[in-house]
Structure formats: structure tokens, C-alpha cells
Design a binder for this molecule. Structure first.
Ligand code: ASP
Length: 339
């Protein structure tokens, strides 16, 4: 069932931030960030048929240049206008879209309406662009009954904390990691039965972030000094381990460096560098050694979500045991808690 206020068109705020989706051809024929975001509405008149649209051009950049401050700016811009609109659409570059989606999921909780993020692989002006369909579908979901932060891309609706850019080429650029998508877009829009729908909840802005967090993959030959340098210069580290969260404990052992970081109040969260699956750090001695050294398993969170969540958790506490329990607690569908 789609949201309907009997004859009244829903109001949607389109927040533009840049990225391929809003790039238009200039007079010389080359692609550049679109200065006047309202030109988008002229290019896609269907959007005005679906909703009363306001545009908020927040920034205009390639998302590779995004910073955590911009996640906060988007969260605040949406939260301040929450009552005025029935749904929100954010047009975003695809490269860091899943970090922003995770950040918004943690920062605006208890949602009672949809906050949808979309983008495009091919610029709107190019033949075969996916931008038009993605934006139209994002609007369709923004006026639906969903009440979550979600990524709409291709035919999928993906929970904000589960999205991952999987392809630099394919039109279905994003996948839902370790959970089925929230819904799919075909002849109609279908939501899975665990998708959260509109209620009378009162949304909460929880825009706390400690931006001094690093994300580091383990690789054969990673020098413990590199990890220690990172730990000395950050307030928290997400370490992408191998497989089930395995960390070297041999010639290039990171185990004592992990203990040292944790003793210095720098939490070390271990996720898997595999796209799918969860940490199971008790499985091998190489995982257990890191666990015994106080590493915190990220379980089935993606590295992007684990990093954003650690920033958000560290923005609220610097007590290592509180950090550990918050990292393993489910807030917005980002983790399957072990019970
Ligand atoms: N580099 C672009 C960006 O993330 C890629 C895209 O939008 O598809 O802004």
C-alpha cells in the first residue's frame, strides 16, 4: 500500500549533494556538476507528477570528497525539516554513498517516514543513463509506507546499514550484504516483511560522531608498526581481518599491538574483509588470539558500517566496555546480535 492523503500530493524534499546523477552537459558538451539543481526537475517532469518537490542543494561534489562533517550536515538538514515533508530523497555520488547511508541510519533514528539515497552509474544526460529511473524510483519509495533510511538503486531497496557498492560498472551497483533487501522494484514495489513501515514514532537526531577513526585492512606482511602508528593517532580502529576475523599472530603478529591499543583506550574492532559472512573469531587460533587481546568482533557488519558505527559510538562514550557492548548491539538492523 502506498502512502496516500486522499487527493493531496505528498511533499518530498530532494537534497542534492553532487555525484554522477546530477552532472549535466555544459555548453561545450562536457559533463560537469549541475550548478542549478532545479534543472533536474525540468529533465524529469515525472518527479513533479509524483510529489510536490522542494530542492535543497546542500553541496555539489564528487562523493570521493565527502567528509563525516557532511553526513552531519545532511542529517541536520533533514531533521530540521522533518515535519514539513512526507519523505526525503538524497541524490549522492555512488562512491561513498554507503558510508553516508550508514551514517544517516545511526544519526536519525525512530524514523516515521522514508529517507532515501540514490545515485547513478551513468550521467543523466547520457544515453542509457540509470539516473532517471533511479530518481523516479527513489521518489516512489519516498512516498511509500517505508520508514527507514534506504538506498534505492536499480531494482533494489536496501537498508542503509547493509548497502555496499559492489560494481564499478553494473547498473545494479549496490547489493544488500548479509541480509535480504528491504524490498524490490518491478511491476510494483514490494517490501519484505521485516521492513519498518510508517508509524507515529517521534524521530530522534543522534548526530554524535568522533571522526578520528581509521579503517585498515590486514594483508600479508602488514607491519605491526603500521598498525601501532594508526592506533597511536586515532581514537578507534576497524581492522579488516581475513575470513572469520583472523589476524596474524606469527612473524608479523598484531596481537600485542591490539592489546596495547586497547589498554590505551583505543578500541580495535575486527570485521571480515570478505564481502559476505560474519566474524567467528573463536574458530581459529589466529582469531582467538586477537579476541583474547581485547579485539571487538564486528560480526556481520560491513567494514563501512562498522567504521561509521565506531565513530558514532565513540561520539557517545570513551569507556571501552560500553563501546564493546554498543558495537555488538543492534540499533538499526546493522548487525545480527548473538543471543
Ligand atoms: N565519483 C562519483 C561520485 O561518487 C561516482 C558516481 O557518482 O557514480 O561522486
Amino acid at each position: 500500500m502506498l502512502f496516500d492523503r486522499r487527493g493531496v500530493k505528498p511533499k518530498v524534499l530532494l537534497v542534492t549533494t553532487g555525484g554522477t546523477i546530477t552532472m549535466l552537459r555544459n555548453e561545450q558538451g562536457s559533463l560537469s556538476p549541475c550548478e542549478n539543481a532545479s534543472a533536474l526537475l525540468e529533465k524529469i517532469p515525472e518527479l513533479k507528477t509524483l510529489a510536490d518537490v522542494d530542492i535543497l542543494p546542500l553541496v555539489n561534489m564528487d562523493s570521493s570528497n565527502f567528509t563525516p562533517d557532511l553526513w552531519i550536515a545532511i542529517a541536520k538538514a533533514i531533521f530540521q525539516r522533518f515535519k514539513e515533508y512526507d519523505g526525503f530523497v538524497i541524490a549522492h555520488g555512488t562512491d561513498t554513498l554507503c558510508y553516508t547511508a550508514a551514517a544517516l541510519s545511526f544519526m536519525i533514528q525512530e524514523l516515521n517516514k522514508p529517507v532515501i539515497i540514490t545515485g547513478a552509474q551513468v550521467p543523466l544526460e547520457d544515453i542509457g543513463s540509470d539516473g532517471r529511473a533511479n530518481l523516479i524510483n527513489a521518489f516512489r519509495v519516498a512516498i511509500s509506507d517505508l520508514a527507514e533510511v534506504a538506498v534505492v538503486f536499480g531494482s533494489q531497496i536496501i537498508r542503509g546499514t547493509r548497502a555496499k557498492k559492489m560494481s564499478a560498472f553494473d547498473m545494479q551497483a549496490f547489493v544488500s550484504v548479509n541480509d535480504v533487501p528491504l524490498g524490490s522494484i518491478g511491476l510494483s514495489i514490494k517490501f519484505s516483511n521485516f521492513a519498518k513501515l510508517r508509524t507515529r514514532k517521534k524521530p530522534l537526531l543522534r548526530a554524535f560522531l568522533n571522526k578520528n577513526v581509521a579503517l585498515l585492512p590486514v594483508y600479508p606482511g602488514l607491519k605491526p608498526e603500521v598498525f601501532e602508528f594508526m592506533a597511536e593517532n586515532h581514537d578507534g580502529i576497524v581492522l579488516e581481518g581475513y575470513g572469520a576475523g583472523n589476524i596474524p599472530n606469527g612473524e608479523y603478529s598484531l596481537v600485542s599491538s591490539i592489546s596495547k591499543a586497547s589498554a590505551n583506550n583505543v578500541p580495535v574492532v575486527v570485521c571480515t574483509q570478505c564481502v559476505l559472512g560474519s566474524t567467528e573469531m573463536e574458530l581459529y587460533q589466529v582469531g582467538r588470539a586477537a579476541l583474547d587481546a581485547a579485539a571487538i568482533p564486528a560480526m556481520d557488519m560491513t567494514p563501512e558500517t562498522a567504521m561509521v558505527k565506531l565513530m558514532w559510538v565513540l561520539g557517545q562514550s570513551d569507556d571501552i566496555s560500553t563501546i564493546e557492548s554498543m558495537m555488538q548491539k543492534n540499533f538499526v538492523g546493522e548487525i545480527h546480535e548473538v543471543v
